[in-house]
Design a binder for this molecule. Structure first.
Ligand SMILES: NC(=O)c1ccc[n+]([C@@H]2O[C@H](COP(=O)([O-])OP(=O)(O)OC[C@H]3O[C@@H](n4cnc5c(N)ncnc54)[C@H](O)[C@@H]3O)[C@@H](O)[C@H]2O)c1
Length: 352
């Protein structure tokens, strides 16, 4: 591998899937999730500095393709991400992603990367950050409904950051649960297979719903949620795609990322447009309260917001420095004489 230089602006460091996997294995899944979680917390404390816009979604019959941009004035980032619940039946991923960081001053990209794996890490990190402020103190057991691609990342994030000792798994497809049990066998978690949604949530301090269905589903009904539980609702993240019965929302204190996006995409699309919600960044800065009582049901209505991806990209940019886990990508046309783009193309004839 050539000696890559992160400061050479015409050459963009590119993190392939292969290199991302090597980086994750070298750093460790739990350490990497914690690093991203710390970056998310620190960026949420600077929330007001960021450009914020609901993600730009292109919906189709089977799914959605979204662009998620943001900037803190110095660095700009965006993620391309899809959501296609029918994909796994065709041997494809429900969610795939890639993303980019750029220098705001010059507009030159400084990082291009796969983000399918990075999204799973950042979503787990975000869930754990929210739960740190909202879940019951000393939570030990998490129910995990939906045992697909995100499942193990969530389980490990909650073990490492919250101190969860037991995960109770359920999926309508037992093959998904088999896979999760196998993947978590050496995790140090006590992993329990359950046979229904009801059995899964029984006795759990935290309930994570992480299913994929292109419709308003009812993964949890009101009778399944007891006082004091924290719900980490991840799978309801598109118009017409929710997981919780409306009555649960009416009994919960609801925490969200960015209300203009969550009101369209999250569980709260089922509620009136002025229903009271708390922005998580204000809990993190101490401006608003998170959990205030043992009886309270707290709900993190997660949809995934651009600043979380920005944080993951920033973490990655630092993490690859002094490693071999990226390639130099000849991505930006950068003639010696900036206005002689045409001449640069003509001179390339010599190399044909
Ligand atoms: N909030 C966020 O930031 C965020 C980030 C990434 C993904 N997501 C969403 O999280 C969800 C899960 O993503 P994934 O990549 O793990 O998807 P996946 O397709 O790999 O897994 C989803 C699992 O849910 C199961 N399932 C479907 N309906 C169910 C039901 N009624 N009860 C129990 N299990 C059921 C499926 O069998 C499958 O195993 C998706 O909806 C995705 O859009 C949200």
């Amino acid at each position: 591998m050539t000696s890559p230089n992160l400061d050479k602006l015409n050459i963009v460091p590119f993190v392939s899937v292969d290199n991302m996997m090597k980086l994750v294995l070298t750093i460790g899944v739990e350490t990497m999730i914690k690093g991203i979680a710390d970056q998310i917390e620190s960026d949420f404390k600077r929330w007001e500095l960021f450009d914020k816009t609901p993600r730009i979604a292109s919906h189709s019959k089977e799914g959605v393709i979204e662009l998620m941009p943001t900037s803190d004035g110095e660095v700009y980032g965006f993620k391309y991400v899809n959501g296609h619940p029918k994909n796994t039946k065709e041997g494809l991923q429900t969610v795939t992603a890639f993303g980019l960081l750029a220098d705001v001053d010059s507009g030159y990209p400084v990082l291009l990367t796969e983000m399918t794996i990075l999204t799973a890490l950042r979503t787990a990190a975000m869930s754990a950050v929210a739960a740190k402020y909202l879940a019951p103190k000393d939570s030990k057991t998490m129910a995990m409904i939906g045992n697909g691609a995100q499942c193990e990342f969530q389980a490990l994030a909650f073990k490492h950051i919250l101190g969860i000792e037991t995960v109770r798994l359920f999926d309508i497809d037992p093959v998904a649960t088999d896979k999760a049990i196998l993947n978590l066998k050496d995790s140090g978690l006590n992993v329990i297979r359950t046979t229904s949604h009801e059995e899964c949530v029984s006795g759990a301090d935290i309930i994570t719903t992480c299913t994929a269905d292109k419709q308003c589903a009812t993964i949890l009904t009101d009778n399944m949620v007891g006082s004091g539980q924290h719900i980490n609702a991840i799978g309801g993240d598109c118009p017409g795609k929710t997981e919780l019965h409306k009555d649960i929302l009416l009994r919960s204190d609801i925490f969200v990322e960015f209300p203009p996006q969550t009101r369209v995409e999250g569980e709260i699309q089922q509620l009136d447009a002025d229903h009271e919600v708390t922005e998580l960044w204000q809990v993190i800065t101490g401006e608003k309260e998170g959990r205030t009582s043992d009886q309270q049901i707290t709900l993190f209505d997660s949809v995934g917001f651009a600043i979380e991806d920005f944080s993951a990209l920033k973490y990655l940019y630092q993490a690859i420095k002094d490693t071999e886990f990226y390639d130099d990508l000849d991505m930006i046309a950068d003639p010696d004489e900036p206005r002689d783009l045409f001449g640069m193309v003509q001179r390339a004839k010599a190399n044909l």
